[in-house]
Design a protein around this ligand. Structure first.
Ligand code: HEC
Length: 276
């Protein structure tokens, strides 16, 4: 009886530890670029898209994301041949607002400038415009980290230089400025909203922003996309920026997910209009 219990205990411990160990192995080998060992894991029955558990900051990405991050072209090819999902991403519950984690394979390839892998993923059916609530689009990642070749491939395959939000001008007449002021507290983390201010926090002051030239504060070092866009912050431009900064200006340093409802954006813009 005693022996039986020990045997069962041993089996259970084995079962408990076998899975995480295997999960670590395929991810570690993908990271190392060891194609043989990655294939050996798959041979053993480890699913090709097994989500990461222990070694990434946030669990849930596939070995393909890890291989794409580290530029392991041979592993990427092998995983895709084995049927890996080119758009596999971490689950929605760990995505929201998190821009400091691993994303889908194409985000990792773009962010780290592995242009050849970006192309391989697209050829395998990856979506070049895949939106990630924390990381934005692949084009945003490529631009943000100055990877022109990867950005070029994305643009050649359907990524959009800019995404405009539908106009909210009709909503402005009904806007609630007091609510806009409340919403602007979030902006105040990075922007001064003080009367006449030219202070830079993380971003330039928003005093006088409505009608101001885009990227005009000399003392602030804008991203290339914001510095070179041209034009002025009229209602449409502000609305599009606020709907999704990274979709409107891929490569921007303003990496927030955006203000999702048109009503909230109208309230916010109505408040910004008072800052002059
Ligand atoms: C996490 C910090 C952060 C938050 C929060 C933030 N911004 Fe920004 N914002 C920036 C940065 C950084 C830039 C410069 C972007 C660049 O150079 O690409 C910027 C640029 C801008 C610009 C263009 C300024 C110019 O001089 O052309 C506007 C308009 C703007 N933000 C509005 C807002 C509003 C409105 C909010 C609140 C909904 C907000 N931002 C929230 C960081 C932030």
């Amino acid at each position: 009886m005693k022996r039986m219990t020990i045997l069962l205990g041993g089996l259970m411990t084995g079962a408990l530890f076998a899975f995480p160990a295997a999960a670590e192995m395929i991810h570690l080998m993908a990271r190392k670029g060891d194609v043989e060992k990655v294939l050996a894991e798959i041979e053993k029955g480890v699913p090709v898209d097994l989500p990461s558990t222990l070694h990434t900051t946030v669990p849930g990405v596939s070995p393909l994301s890890v291989a794409a991050q580290f530029g392991r072209t041979d592993v990427v090819i092998a995983l895709l041949e084995k049927g890996a999902d080119p758009d596999f991403n971490r689950p929605a519950e760990v995505m929201e607002g998190d821009n400091d984690v691993l994303g889908a394979p194409i985000h990792e390839a773009a962010r780290n400038g592995h242009a050849e892998i970006v192309q391989l993923l697209i050829d395998a059916g990856a979506n070049p415009t895949l939106e990630d609530p924390g990381l934005g689009t692949p084009l945003h990642q490529a631009r943000r980290w100055d990877h022109a070749e990867a950005a070029g491939i994305l643009l050649a395959n359907g990524a959009e230089e800019t995404v405009q939000a539908p106009s909210i001008e009709p909503l402005l007449a009904l806007a609630d400025t007091a609510n806009g002021q409340k919403l602007a507290n979030g902006c105040g983390l990075c922007h001064s909203l003080e009367t006449g201010s030219t202070d830079i926090i993380t971003g330039p002051s928003l005093w006088g922003i409505v009608g101001r030239k885009i990227g005009e504060v000399d003392a602030f070092e804008y991203s290339d996309v914001m510095a070179s866009r041209g034009g002025t912050w009229d209602y449409d431009a502000l609305n599009s920026l606020l709907a999704s900064p990274t979709a409107y200006m891929p490569g921007t340093k303003m990496e927030i997910s955006g203000v999702s409802t048109p009503e909230a954006r109208a309230d916010l813009i109505a408040y910004l209009r008072t800052l002059q």
